[in-house]
Write a protein that binds this ligand. Structure first.
Ligand SMILES: [Zn+2]
Length: 317
């Protein structure tokens, strides 16, 4: 049994991915299934079953990335937006079940670790990571290390306020007008639905009438084809993303802002308007020393990050 193998799990709102990962971060075996969101116990049972299925390869630690705020003192997942997880005693429960050290990490933090170590932010010491999906996740690499804050809940970069009276934030978040409510895939869908209702003759309206699902994928497809409502929606979302990034650049002076997550597939359709706002609204010299790039690791970032966190725990003893 290899002592350097770990099992990593990325619990997403739609899918649960797990892997047996060797000491170099390479995924040896892989398992993916739709997340069972029928309840807390269902998610936990699924998590234990999937880990159990990989465990016969032998493993020395477990890393779990979850879309939740974490309290590292108690090892609890405190609140979650996209899975039915509230105040779950995750670390101790898994530790008891599998008898190995368990690290739990917010999924945005895990993605930041992965991009920093193996992806777009290799070699950078100060990095702001944003993951655009159903929500907006985040992670901070400050002085070459993941910044976890006082108890492990830092890096919720999607929950900074852009609009005092803006739309209510998602899930358990009590805020309004947060970056997540203005620049996530769901926010884009809401804007797109409004365009469909207001301008049925527009590109989005015609696609909807033809039976297409109005989602980020359709937005990207139509916006790439030329100007129209889809392009306007992505411009609008990119503008808000840029306002959020501008504030983060003023606060943290990162050399790199990495934008990942499924919705980041929109690429320059989002990043170009975001860069424009950052160049107009950010203080110098931070404005002139930051680069905004797309993530490199794609949907694997959360899994890889969870593995790296578990491997670090082994190194640290
Ligand atoms: Zn929020």
């Amino acid at each position: 049994m290899s002592t350097r193998q770990v099992i990593a799990v990325d619990v997403g709102g739609t899918k649960l991915a797990a892997g047996l990962v060797d000491g170099d971060g390479a995924v040896v075996r892989h398992a993916v299934e739709p997340t069972d969101r029928t309840g807390e116990e269902a998610v936990l049972a699924q998590l234990e079953r999937v880990i159990g299925g990989l465990a016969d390869g032998g493993f020395s630690a477990l890393g779990v990335g979850i879309p939740s705020t974490i309290d590292q003192r108690s090892g609890r997942a405190v609140t979650s937006v996209n899975i039915p997880f509230a105040d779950v005693d995750l670390r101790d429960r898994l530790q008891e079940r599998f008898g190995v050290p368990v690290m739990i990490e917010n999924d945005g933090n895990a993605a930041a670790v992965a991009e920093h170590r193996l992806g777009a932010a290799r070699g950078a010491r100060h990095v702001v990571m944003l993951t655009l999906g159903t929500g907006v996740g985040g992670g901070l690499i400050l002085d070459d290390r993941l910044y976890r804050g006082a108890v492990g809940a830092a890096g919720e970069l999607g929950h900074i306020t852009l609009d005092l009276d803006g739309p209510p934030c998602q899930g358990a978040c009590p805020g309004r007008g947060h970056l997540e409510a203005m620049a996530s895939g769901l926010a884009a869908e809401r804007l797109a639905a409004r365009a469909v209702a207001e301008r049925p003759e527009g590109d989005l309206g015609r696609a909807a009438a033809a039976g297409r699902r109005v989602d980020p994928r359709l937005l990207v497809e139509l916006a790439a084809a030329g100007p129209g409502d889809a392009r306007d929606v992505l411009d609008h979302v990119g503008f808000h993303l840029g306002v959020g990034i501008s504030g983060l650049v003023n606060v943290f002076n990162p050399e790199l802002v990495v934008v990942g997550g499924g919705f980041a597939k929109a690429g320059e359709l989002l990043l170009a308007p975001a860069r424009r706002v950052v160049s107009e609204r950010t203080l110098v010299p931070a404005r002139d020393t930051v680069t905004i790039v797309e993530a490199e690791l794609g949907p694997e970032a959360g899994l890889v990050g969870a593995a790296l966190v578990a491997l670090d725990a082994l190194e640290g003893g």
